[in-house]
Design a binder for this molecule. Sequence first.
Ligand code: SAH
Length: 191
Amino acid sequence: MKRALPLTRLAQQLLAQALGPGDLAVDATAGNGHDTLWLAQRVSPDGQVYAFDIQAQALQATAQRLQAAMLGETVTLCHCGHELLLPQVPAHWQGRVSAITFNLGYLPGSDKQVTTLVGSTRQALGHALRLLKTGGALSVLAYRGHPGGQAEADAVAQWFEEHAGQLDCQVHESPGPVLYYCTRRQPRAGT
Ligand code: SAH
């Protein structure tokens, strides 16, 4: 039987439709840097990526991965929470970003107590929406197995319901995480 594509790979496959060379992109949860590297590879040579994480260890791992691929120049690493996404990225990025990705939960192989949290995740999603261009893509992978994970996944689901007028969404379920993948609709006249 053919094994289902892991949702991390599916997220990249879907984001690839919205992202190409020269584009702007954001990794809201750099973690070990797999998604940051992937975004940098897609947008290089002329595009730019901002990547956020609250743990120095995560940013070090991400920086090393980027340096090994000679893509350090493509990415700005921010040692701060993604709830500061909007004030951290250049003002002219608003409405011009092609892809934003969130991989929630804890850093694999690290302190499982340090996780993304409902309040800041919701705040960051609001910022992300302000940055996305029409047709731009937002992917959120939410894990439900750790304490607080289910509540966060529920909050993410609710946030997408609240913003259904602005986003076209697909939900991909698995026994583990759930993936939300959305693209920003053309704003209606007068909004
Ligand atoms: N995409 C990563 C895994 C991300 S793990 C990979 O492929 O390896 C989730 C990450 O979110 C952790 O590194 C954690 O430190 C980070 N995190 C937790 N709270 C955060 C916040 N408020 N803002 C940004 N990152 C946060």
